[in-house]
Every structure is written in structure tokens, then in C-alpha cells.
Design a protein around this ligand. Structure first.
Ligand SMILES: C[S@@+](CC[C@H](N)C(=O)[O-])C[C@H]1O[C@@H](n2cnc3c(N)ncnc32)[C@H](O)[C@@H]1O
Length: 403
């Protein structure tokens, strides 16, 4: 196989010509004509012959849109051309069939987004830094570009938009995160400036303004894990509920959920999502207050407390110290799921130590689950433990009774 500039290329090298000088997306720059091996066959035998040709390792495998393997024969309408790889041996010999070459034109449409982005970025940028992945929330793709991508960011955004028909908006997450509400500042790279979208997780719909509240599509498995673990009928306090990805599935399975978030935008969309997903009001009560207040003011049995604010959830654990003033018949201590960012060297010990320190006693966790690696040296963990009675009835503070 020979490229347009007569340079011989082999299968794994099939890629567009590098063009690191471009600053606006000129799609014509990705045209490439290659000369391909082909066989010319009678039209009436084409289907039969195509079936005999192995395509498992085609030179076109890595293209987003592969050219047609069967092409018209311009010189003779009673014959067709079937493309072959350079090293392909034919499993048959036949007088009807003749071998020849044919020019195949590849365009911007054929290449994958990562092949185009590789061609745009200077060769000095390592392959590992080529933007090949991104996260999707509804119609939004969000990227985490590095310094070296800055001159190319608009083109990268446009390529992602072009290559993914369901994406209408491409944004880049900037390094500033809202300290309390945990959402990122973002810049628009390409497409519509519309950050109100709907994500679907485990068949529930979550509408949100992605620029004003926290949402992470990578937590879907964790949301499901908790929904599966908590028994039907339990009373659950979700202290930092966001727009409801723990709270809604739990309410749907008939737990009694008290869902709270301090961010007014999260609260607004939480209410909307309850409506959209037709969650029965008897199973969910919503609050827009500080998580501590939710615990302090709650009366009655709490079976589970969810604390998904890994950067600082453990700081809130002091709310359990002396929470109950007197023992009540049948009242059981709550089980807490507390999330934490822990050092990769010893994430479980690190998490237990932080929590024990805050509660003033060594906890015996029922489980320390590694949720996901969030940075090269950090695990997001979730520790499940029952709050010791010595903590709940401690005399150092009596929060519930002081209300
Ligand atoms: C990491 S997000 C988790 C949201 C949700 N649980 C999820 O899994 O998508 C933490 C949430 O805690 C909320 N938050 C932060 N400080 C809070 C506080 N003091 N009281 C209640 N909510 C708070 C933020 O607004 C944010 O929505």
C-alpha cells in the first residue's frame, strides 16, 4: 500500500498526515488518498467471493468510518472491485478474478477523533497525552485538558463535537472547584452554551445545571452498591445528597429517605428529579440546610446515614458525639457510610484513623470499600460503621436534647 506522497505505509501506520500548524479546523487537511490492492470480480459473483475474504485484521480497523470494501469498477459496470490488505493471500484462484490496484480517498469523516487530535498535536506531545477520552453528562462532554493542549483546545472541542452526534456541548474543566458545593468552573470549547442537561443512571433521570452543582457519572456503580445494600423500609439520612443519586433509588425501593443538600441549585433539581421520576412523596423528604442540622434536628430512629462529601465528611462526624441525651426503648445506633479521600499507601488504615480521631474512639468498621482512584496518590474510600453507643450517649455534648 502506498500513500498519496508515495511513502510506503503498513497497516498500523494508517493515519492522517500530521498538521500541528493548524489553529482553525480545516477538515480538508485530513484528506488522504491511498493506493490499495484489490481484485476485480464479476458483479454476479461478488457476494460469494466477499464471504471468502478474512477481514479480521484489516488496515481500516482503526478508522471510525471504514471505506466500502466493495467498490464500483468505473471501467466496466459488469465488474466490481473488492479491496484487499497488502499481505492478504486469496483462498482461491479463478480465471474470473484479476488483481489490480485502486485509489481510495479517505477524508475527515473516516478518521477517529483520537487519530485527528494526534495529527493536530505536535509530535513532542506524548501519545499518552493525546485526548482520547472524556466524560459525558447528558449532551455535554467534559474534558480535563492539560497546559500543553491550550493552543489546540477549540479544535479538540470541535473534533469531539463532530465525531459524537449525541454531544452538543464540549467544555473543559478548569482547576477551580467550588469549595463547598463541589462543582467545577468550566470553559466552553465548542457547541451550544447550554449546561442544563439530563443524565440517566440506573433507569432514573437526573436533570441538572451542570455548571452550578455536583454530578459525577463515574459514581454510578457506587450509587447502585448502596441502593442494593440498604434494606427496604430503612430510614436513611443522606446528609450531602446532591441531586439525589443515592436518595432517589432508595426512595424508589421504599426506604424512608431524608435527602439534604446545602446548595440551593442541588435542592432545586432534587425536587425536580423527584417529580420527573415520579417518586412517591411518602418515601422522601427534602431539606436545604447544613448536614449537621439535619442530624441534630431529626427525631426518631435513624438506620443509615450517608455522608458522601469525601473531602470533608469526617469533619461532620462530631455531630454524633453526645447526640442522644437518654436511652430510648428500641432505638438502635445508626450505621454510617462515610466517604473519604485517603492516601494510596494505606487507604483503609488512613480512613479508619481519620474517623476514629473525629469520634474520639477507635471504630471497628463493618467494611472499608475502595470506591475509585481519584488521583495518582488518592483513593476515594467508603467506610461503613455503626456509631458506638459510647459516642452517641457521650456526656461531652447532648445535641438533640439541646434543641
Ligand atoms: C460530593 S457531592 C455528592 C453528591 C451526591 N451524594 C452524589 O453522589 O452525587 C457533595 C454534596 O454535598 C453538598 N454539601 C457541601 N457541604 C454541605 C453541608 N455542609 N451540608 C449539606 N450539604 C453540603 C454539596 O453541595 C454537594 O452537592
Amino acid at each position: 500500500m502506498v500513500s498519496a506522497d508515495s511513502k510506503s505505509i503498513t497497516a498500523p501506520e494508517l493515519k492522517p498526515h500530521p498538521c500541528p500548524d493548524i489553529r482553525v479546523l480545516d477538515r480538508e487537511r485530513f484528506n488522504l488518498t491511498i493506493t490499495c490492492r484489490a481484485i476485480e470480480v464479476p458483479v454476479k459473483r461478488c457476494t460469494e467471493i466477499v464471504k471468502l475474504i478474512d477481514r479480521t485484521d484489516s488496515i481500516f480497523s482503526h478508522l471510525q468510518h471504514k471505506p466500502r470494501f466493495v467498490q464500483p469498477c468505473e471501467e466496466d459496470s459488469s465488474r466490481k472491485l473488492i479491496l484487499l490488505d497488502d499481505n492478504q493471500t486469496l483462498p482461491f484462484a479463478d480465471n474470473d478474478i484479476s488483481e489490480r490496484s485502486v485509489d481510495v480517498k479517505l477524508t475527515y469523516k473516516n478518521w477517529s477523533a483520537s487519530q485527528i487530535i494526534r495529527a493536530i498535536l505536535p509530535p513532542s506531545i506524548e501519545d499518552t497525552l493525546v485526548v482520547s477520552g472524556f466524560e459525558i453528562v447528558g449532551h455535554i462532554a467534559h474534558l480535563n485538558l492539560k497546559e500543553c493542549h491550550q493552543p489546540y483546545k477549540s479544535i479538540i472541542g470541535q473534533v469531539i463535537l463532530d465525531k459524537n452526534p449525541s454531544i452538543k456541548t464540549v467544555v473543559n474543566k478548569l482547576n477551580t472547584i467550588h469549595a463547598e458545593y463541589r462543582y467545577f468552573e468550566m470553559e466552553l470549547l465548542a457547541g451550544e452554551n447550554n449546561l442544563i442537561t439530563t443524565a440517566i443512571e440506573h433507569k432514573l433521570k437526573y436533570c441538572m445545571d451542570f455548571s452550578k452543582l455536583y454530578w459525577n457519572s463515574r459514581l454510578g456503580t457506587e450509587h447502585r452498591r448502596i441502593a442494593d445494600l440498604v434494606p427496604v423500609g430503612s430510614t436513611v439520612l443522606d446528609m450531602f445528597c446532591g441531586i439525589g443519586p443515592f436518595a432517589l433509588p432508595l426512595a424508589k425501593k421504599k426506604c424512608h429517605v431524608h435527602a439534604n443538600d446545602l446548595n440551593p441549585e442541588s435542592y432545586k433539581y432534587l425536587l425536580k428529579n423527584i417529580e420527573i421520576n415520579k417518586i412517591k412523596s411518602q418515601y422522601i423528604t427534602c431539606y436545604n440546610q447544613d448536614g449537621r442540622e439535619l442530624i441534630r434536628n431529626f427525631t426518631g430512629q435513624i438506620d443509615f446515614v450517608l455522608m458522601n462529601l469525601p473531602a470533608s465528611a469526617y469533619e461532620f462526624l462530631d455531630v454524633f458525639v453526645g447526640l442522644f441525651s437518654k436511652r430510648e426503648e428500641g432505638m438502635k445506633p445508626p450505621t454510617v457510610f462515610c466517604y473519604h479521600f485517603a492516601d494510596i499507601e494505606a487507604p483503609k488504615a488512613f480512613t479508619i484513623a481519620a474517623i476514629s480521631d473525629k469520634l474520639g474512639c477507635t471504630i471497628v468498621p463493618e467494611e472499608v470499600h475502595l470506591v475509585r482512584k481519584t488521583a495518582p496518590k488518592t483513593w476515594m474510600t467508603c467506610v461503613r460503621f455503626t456509631v458506638p453507643e459510647s459516642v452517641l450517649y457521650s456526656e461531652s455534648r447532648n445535641k438533640r436534647s439541646s434543641q
